[in-house]
Design a binder for this molecule. Structure first.
Ligand SMILES: Cc1ncc(COP(=O)(O)O)c(C=O)c1O
Length: 395
């Protein structure tokens, strides 16, 4: 057998912070490594595998499309792309969609659209206000949008036009708004930044401010969207509507796809002003269509809400038992557990040993982003492993 991990060190550009496991197979919420060891997967491809690994609906749609038509370019009309567009528009508050290949690319498109809007409707305004501690992707512009110095400093100077302000503070947004501002871009919950849930009224206040100023509200629902937080889109829980929304991750349950959606009046691009070779590719769109349709038809968001609150209650139980757990927070199946010291990696490695895959969110915190199809039984199993691991660490 190849030593895959040695090959990675030899051939791969060393950007990843990997754990020493080579996964070769997955089914539902389970994955197996190259030595046949089974794991319960609460990483879910980083909140991507909404229907788990190799869900029959996903596998069948992908296989059928692979035998039918894969890539044509957007010089032509293709059916899966339009089926996906209709489904997402009919189930959201947005009117139009542009399909691309990743989250960062979706956000790039959203910001380009906002800048185009600024140029045409707001006297050339181009600045986008984003939040500190946010995460919007790894392209240069999205690195500037991402309000975290650790991602920005290695690449200074960054593209102009992004103002990072304190999250959960309407006053900070008001203070940063000038006649150069064309949009505010926020995550409904700061996911990578620590699963930070804003006050209930924050997004509504931002919406009101954007209306007053005539500027756009872009919601980055790349991690919170497609059922993850208990509704199809997180904005539904805040009783507001964005002008532009971005999606990726769970949209294709594993295939690389992203999208931005927008209100009709914001869609100011002229033909030729934006584009992509692979964006809206037949294969990824067929998979995403099957995924989203299954999620809607089977109320998978409702399942994420139900199982998520069960999971939170179990984690609260662990918090009572282990005084070094300082916080349990989340919505639906986007959940974090924080410790009073930097034991995240130690806990992660011990969970691995115990057969549970988790994500280290920060040196002192873990994140759980499992498939949205799990039930209480998988939660019990995961919490059982975590309980054992924390008991050993506590001793
Ligand atoms: C909220 C949010 N926006 C954007 C991105 C970037 O997505 P991608 O890695 O697909 O470019 C991520 C990735 O974690 C994310 O969580």
């Amino acid at each position: 057998m190849n030593n895959w991990q040695e090959l990675e060190h030899k051939y791969f550009v060393q950007t990843g912070v990997r754990v020493p496991v080579t996964l070769v197979k997955g089914q539902g919420a389970r994955a197996w490594d190259d030595e046949g060891k089974e794991y319960l997967d609460f990483v879910g491809g980083w909140a991507v595998n909404s229907l788990g690994h190799c869900h029959p609906v996903v596998a069948e749609a992908t296989t059928e499309q692979a035998h039918t038509l894969v890539q044509t370019s957007n010089q032509f009309y293709t059916v899966p792309q339009l089926q996906l567009a209709e489904l997402l528009v009919q189930n959201s508050c947005l009117d139009r969609i542009y399909v691309c290949n990743s989250g960062a690319e979706a956000n790039e498109g959203a910001v380009k659209l906002a800048r185009r809007y600024g140029k045409l409707k707001l006297n050339g305004a181009y600045e986008v206000i984003t939040a500190m501690n946010s995460f919007h992707g790894r392209t240069l512009a999205m690195t500037a949008a991402t309000g975290q110095p650790k991602f920005q400093e290695p690449y200074l100077p960054l593209p102009l036009g992004f103002i990072n302000v304190e999250y959960n503070s309407i006053e900070a947004i008001k203070a940063a708004t000038t006649n150069q501002t064309c949009a505010v871009m926020l995550e409904p919950i700061e996911a990578e930044g620590g699963v930070i849930i804003p006050d209930d009224k924050y997004l509504a206040a931002v919406r009101t401010w954007c209306n007053q100023k005539g500027i756009l509200l872009i919601l980055d629902e790349i991690q919170t969207g497609i059922g993850r937080t208990g509704t199809l889109f997180a904005y539904e829980q805040y009783d507001i509507e964005p002008d532009i929304m971005t999606l990726a991750k769970g949209l294709g349950s594993g295939v690389p796809i992203g999208a931005f959606m927008a209100k009709d009046e914001v869609c100011v691009f002229a033909p030729g002003e934006h584009g992509s070779t692979f964006g809206g590719n037949c294969l990824t769109c067929a998979t995403a269509y099957a995924t989203v349709k299954y999620i809607i038809d089977n109320d998978i968001a409702g399942n994420a809400k139900k199982v998520g609150s069960y999971f939170m209650s179990k984690l609260e139980g662990l918090k009572k038992k282990f005084d070094f757990i300082t916080d349990v927070r989340g919505r639906g199946l986007l959940i974090a557990v924080e410790f009073n010291s930097d034991i995240g990696q130690e806990v992660l490695m011990a969970c691995l040993e115990g057969g549970l895959l988790v994500n280290r969110l920060k040196p002192n915190a873990l994140r759980f982003i499992p498939p949205l199809i799990i039930g209480n039984q998988e939660v019990d199993e995961a919490v059982g492993i975590l309980d054992k691991v924390l008991s050993n660490i506590g001793n």
